[in-house]
Design a binder for this molecule. Sequence first.
Ligand SMILES: Nc1ncnc2c1ncn2[C@@H]1O[C@H](COP(=O)(O)OP(=O)(O)O)[C@@H](O)[C@H]1O
Ligand SMILES: [Mg+2]
Length: 249
Amino acid sequence: MIETRDLGVVFSNGTEALKGINVHIDDGEFVAVIGLSGAGKSTFMRTLNGLVKPTSGSVVVGDVEVSKLSGRGLQHYRRTVGFIFQQFNLVTRLTAIENVLHGRLGYLPTWRGLLGLYGEKDYSLAADYLNEVGLAEKHNVRVDALSGGQQQRVAIARAMAQEPQLVLADEPMASLDPRLSDVILGLLKDYNKARGVTVLVNIHVLELARRYAERVLAFNQGRLVFDGPTKALTDDLAEQIYAGSLEAL
Ligand SMILES: Nc1ncnc2c1ncn2[C@@H]1O[C@H](COP(=O)(O)OP(=O)(O)O)[C@@H](O)[C@H]1O
Ligand SMILES: [Mg+2]
C-alpha cells in the first residue's frame, strides 16, 4: 500500500515541484505516471523511495512513514524499493551478473558487500533473474559490451534481485529504440502479474500507458490532475492533461 497525504515538495531554489498530492495505491497495482516534462513525475517517484524529502504532507509505503525516515532507517527502507532509471545506472566495467548482485547489497553486512562476499542464495537469485529477463547467455559479459536494451534488462534484473515490495521505473524506455518499449514494459508487467509487486512506471507515450497500465496518474505543473482507470482516460481528457486545462484533484 502506498499513501500520500497533501504531499508537497518545494526545492531550495523555490521550485514547487509537487502540490497537495493525495494518492492511494494498493499492493499489486500496475500504475502509469504521465505528464509533460517538468510536471513532477520524477519528483513524485523520488518521494516514494525517500530520495526526495517532502516539504509538506506525508508518504507511507507499507507500514513505513517514508517521509520521517533518515539514516539507517532510510537505507533499510530503500533496499525494499527497486528503482529503474532512464540511463540504466549500471557499473559498466562489471559483468551483468555482478551488476545484478548489487541488488543484493542491502541484504549483506556492509563489510561483506564491500568485499563482494555474496552468499550462494544471492548468486542463484541473481542468475534466476537474469534468466527471467532473457539474458541467460550474458551472465559473464561486461555490461559495456551489451546493447542499450540488454543493459536496461540487467537494470530490471538488479531491481528484481532486491526482492522489493515496490518497483519504480522512471522513463525506462526513454534512452532506447522505441521498438524496445514493448520488451521493457512486457517484462515489468509479467513481473507485476507473477509476483504481485506494485509497479509504477513513468511512460511518456500515451498509447503504451493505455496498453500496459490499469491505472493512470497524470501530473501537470506539480498537481495531480487525473487519477483513474486507464479506460477512463479518453483522448479528450489526455489533450486537456497536456494542455494544462484540468483542475487539480
Ligand atoms: N533537484 C532539484 N532542484 C530544483 N528543482 C528541481 C529539482 N528536481 C526537479 N526540479 C524541478 O521540479 C519540477 C518537476 O521536475 P520533475 O519531477 O523532474 O518533472 P518530470 O519528471 O515530470 O519531468 C521541474 O520544474 C524541475 O525543473
Ligand atoms: Mg522525469
